[in-house]
Design a protein around this ligand. Structure first.
Ligand SMILES: Nc1nc2c(c(=O)[nH]1)N[C@H]1C(S)=C(S)[C@@H](COP(=O)(O)OP(=O)(O)OC[C@H]3O[C@@H](n4cnc5c(=O)[nH]c(N)nc54)[C@H](O)[C@@H]3O)O[C@H]1N2
Ligand SMILES: Nc1nc2c(c(=O)[nH]1)N[C@H]1C(S)=C(S)[C@@H](COP(=O)(O)OP(=O)(O)OC[C@H]3O[C@@H](n4cnc5c(=O)[nH]c(N)nc54)[C@H](O)[C@@H]3O)O[C@H]1N2
Ligand code: SF4
Ligand SMILES: [Mo]
Length: 721
């Protein structure tokens, strides 16, 4: 028996796991008690990595579809198929005819993070889509304009704060997001134990709300109004105090003008939160010894996602809590972050901006090099120059996870070519022509390049593969695809491309790639990035610390972290405030009375893809519509009966659960279900199919600044089935 220590790559919490092995067989997966960050915490998903590893439905060989039937083929045959079809398509229709969709697991995958761009760049398409535009893109946008780098996202200094105002987040279930924090429950409890306060704003009484001091059941989509109300009180009552930020902030006067109409009285009816509560919340926030405001997916995937994301940090700034211990702080990641190399200064072209190109059909702007996935279906379906004819999906399931899912499913069936890098034949990959499966988490090296930049404590943790690798690694697959796109044919010299990548990475940090010799692949790139990073670590340092390297609590970084043109925190960038009139116009209208749909993340679920694992889907069907008793009575719905839920985009029939945990006027259905498509090969998931809530999500309902889908606050009607 041996024990391997690794970081769980399934979600943002980055828990340390201890995996017991007998040869190549996995005996158990437990939380690693000695992990420097997670101290033994684990959730049901982490524990199911064994089931994932052993799942007979998980793909181990490439698949090619010929005449509508799947064939298991060799890797060489699979790449030959891609070369035979992709190269002529690019030659005839141009790079933009190839679209990419990068899903959530690609950001948790070291090989994909480091090598994916070799492939995307070799194709050179403007049609890059990611799960970011059904998730956090508004937060990148607001950070890009406030602080000058879209990855400079302040995270609550959870272990030291005295007051946490949390909006649209349920970390007790999601285990945290844009806030890397193993054991959120324990850390939130600690805030209360040391006399602090936790306030939750959420249309549902979630587990997090139940564990908090105070819960406000806001009407969906109105967070920007509430937040502006808080800003209004703080500025009007003279409670603003920039503290140590005083010399580093511009735009405070303009902010006061913008906030003036949003008085607590003006926003109360829209938000459903009393004016007196809004005043008290503002005063308590300003008076707290230290405080952090934190908004997550309930605030980003709504029609005012960017304004809400911006106002969260405006509040952190004007209360002097940004960048101070116990407030909202900037992590300093050990490797690979643009905001941890010294500021470049120089020409304005270096200053972060969006809209460098726009989508062809709906004219939506690029943000961080990507276009919103809400417009992907029409880019495929609308004829003309630049029409998308091929789609490459890397670790994503957009046919379940993106808005107007039925339309996207129709669209992908019209493509000339679809390639999926995926570990299952599921609702999306079933439409592919070629599927290239990567190895499961226990068979690959891991380091969290993304989430160390969002961590409540600075950490670095390297996990070598726990089990000997059986399949080609995804970085190798991506390099082969890069070579194919560059016209090298199917027999790409991966080693030469890898050397090129290492040379480029080394050059970025002024290093000689030979310092990392004889390492190759992701380990070499990571070693170079660590050496060039702010702690000047090496991969050997991390190898010597299997339970992780603790780099200490978050430390203040202003002004060093700022990358804006002025070198200050620009509170009122026109690219953000241009959307304020749209919000202000709500104040002149009556509050919306109709029913709206929101989501409901589930503990034993990982978006759409871990439903094929028996330990996670045991028990009653959880894909139900939560309906408030008043609404059930109003619309004739009964607990356990079926309801038809309709939106502009589509309709689903779903079992009803009557519960007062949702606010009246709000229906909640979890996303990621709907495993009933006959072409998928996921037997367990099919037996727990549920319905796809994104059939209801409207592709035309977006946050206008970023095009991010409004997956919350969707107008619906309900009736008994
Ligand atoms: N209504 C509604 N919709 C939502 C949300 C919501 O709250 N409400 N949340 C949104 C959010 S936040 C997100 S991030 C998206 C997620 O959207 P997606 O990223 O599109 O979907 P996932 O369910 O994460 O699908 C991941 C896919 O990757 C595959 N996969 C798993 N591991 C690997 C691997 O190691 N390599 C490769 N190549 N593939 C792998 C899985 O089999 C699956 O097909 O969903 C969004 N959709
Ligand atoms: N177990 C589990 N963990 C996960 C995932 C999973 O699917 N399952 N997915 C992972 C991913 S990809 C992500 S991005 C994170 C997301 O992490 P979180 O953002 O913490 O996820 P949610 O649980 O969806 O929390 C969003 C909350 O917003 C509320 N909400 C909906 N509409 C509104 C609104 O208009 N205003 C306000 N204030 N609240 C609103 C919802 O009721 C919900 O409680 O979780 C990650 N972790
Ligand atoms: S909380 Fe996230 S990182 Fe931790 S064990 Fe669960 S899935 Fe893995
Ligand atoms: Mo996400």
């Amino acid at each position: 028996m041996t024990t391997a220590y690794l970081t769980c790559p399934l979600c943002e919490a980055t828990c340390g796991l201890a995996v017991t092995l007998e040869g190549k067989a996995i005996r158990s997966v437990r939380g690693d008690d000695e992990d420097a960050f997670s101290h033994g915490f684990i959730c049901p998903k982490g524990a199911s990595l064994k089931a994932l590893h052993e799942d007979p439905d998980r793909l181990r060989h490439p698949m090619v579809k010929r005449d509508g039937r799947w064939h298991e083929v060799s890797w060489d045959e699979a790449f030959e198929e891609v070369d035979r079809r992709l190269a002529p398509l690019i030659a005839e229709h141009g790079s933009d005819a190839v679209a990419f969709y990068l899903g959530n697991p690609s950001s948790h995958n070291l090989g994909v993070m480091l090598y994916g761009r070799a492939f995307y760049r070799a194709v050179g398409s403007h049609n890059i889509y990611t799960a970011g535009s059904v998730d956090q893109l508004p937060k990148h946008y607001s950070s890009g304009y406030l602080f000058g780098d879209p990855m400079s996202i302040p995270v609550p200094d959870l272990d030291r704060t005295h007051h946490l105002l949390l909006l649209g987040a349920n970390p007790l279930v999601s285990n945290g997001s844009l806030m890397t924090v193993p054991d959120a429950r324990g850390r939130l409890k600690a805030i209360r134990d040391r006399g602090g306060k936790v306030v939750v704003v959420d249309p549902r009484r979630t587990r997090t709300a139940e564990a908090a001091d105070e819960h406000h059941a806001i009407r969906p989509g109105t967070d920007a109004l509430l937040l502006f109300g808080l800003v209004n009180v703080i500025l009007r009552e003279g409670l603003a105090d920039l503290g140590h930020l005083a010399d580093h902030v511009t735009g405070l006067d303009a902010l006061a003008g913008l906030a003036a109409p949003f008085t607590p009285d003006a926003v109360a009816a829209h938000t459903g939160i009393a004016a007196s509560d809004i005043e008290r919340m503002a005063r308590e926030l300003a008076a707290a010894e230290s405080a952090a405001v934190y908004g997550r997916i309930g605030t980003t995937t709504q029609i005012f996602g960017t304004l809400a994301s911006w106002l969260v940090d405006v509040l952190n700034v004007i209360t002097g809590n940004l960048d101070r211990p116990g407030g909202a702080m900037f992590p300093l990641a050990a490797a690979g972050q643009t905001n941890s190399v010294p500021a470049q200064g120089g020409p304005p072209s270096r200053v972060w901006r969006h809209g460098r190109w726009r989508s062809r059909v709906r004219d939506l702007p690029e943000v961080m090099g990507e276009l919103p996935v809400a417009t992907l279906a029409e880019e495929i379906l609308t004829p003309g120059q630049g029409q998308v004819r091929a789609l490459v999906v890397v670790g994503g399931n957009p046919c379940l996870s993106t808005p107007n899912a039925d339309r996207l499913r129709e669209a992908v069936q019209t493509l000339d070519l679809m390639v999926s890098l995926d570990v299952y034949l599921n609702e999306t990959s079933e439409h592919a022509d070629v599927i290239l499966p990567g190895p499961p988490p226990l068979e690959r090296d891991h380091y969290d390049v993304t989430f160390t930049q969002l961590s409540v404590r600075n950490m670095a943790n390297w996990s070598p593969a726990a089990v000997e690798m059986d399949q080609p690694q995804e970085w190798q697959t991506l390099l082969r695809l890069a070579g194919i796109a560059a016209g090298q044919g199917a027999n790409v010299d991966i080693e030469a491309l890898d050397d090129l990548m290492a040379a480029q990475t080394a050059a970025r940090y002024g290093l000689d790639p030979a310092v990392s010799s004889p390492r190759r692949g992701p380990a070499r790139l990571l070693d170079l990035m660590l050496r060039g990073g702010p702690y000047e670590l090496t991969l050997a340092d991390l190898e010597a610390a299997p339970h992780g390297v603790d780099l200490g609590p978050l430390a203040p970084r202003v002004p060093e972290v700022l990358r804006t043109a002025s070198g200050t925190i620009e509170l009122t960038a026109p690219a953000i405030t241009g959307d304020v009139p749209r919000l202000a116009s709500l104040l002149d209208t009556a509050p919306v009375e109709g029913l709206v749909l929101i989501g409901r993340r589930q503990l034993s679920s990982n978006n759409s893809w871990m439903h094929n694992l028996t330990p996670l889907v045991r028990g009653a069907n959880t894909c139900t519509a939560h309906v408030h008793p008043d609404d059930a009575a109003r619309f004739g719905l009964h607990d356990g009966g079926d309801a038809v839920v309709r939106s502009r985009a589509g309709s689903v029939t779903v079992p009803v659960q009557v519960t007062d945990t949702v606010r009246p006027g709000v229906v909640s259905i979890p996303h990621g279900w709907g495993h009933s498509t006959p072409g998928a090969r996921t037997a367990v998931a099919a037996a727990h199919a549920g319905v796809n809530s994104n059939v209801l999500a409207d592709d035309l309902l977006v946050d206008v600044l970023t095009g991010t889908a409004a997956l919350n606050g969707i107008p619906i009607t309900v009736s008994p089935a």
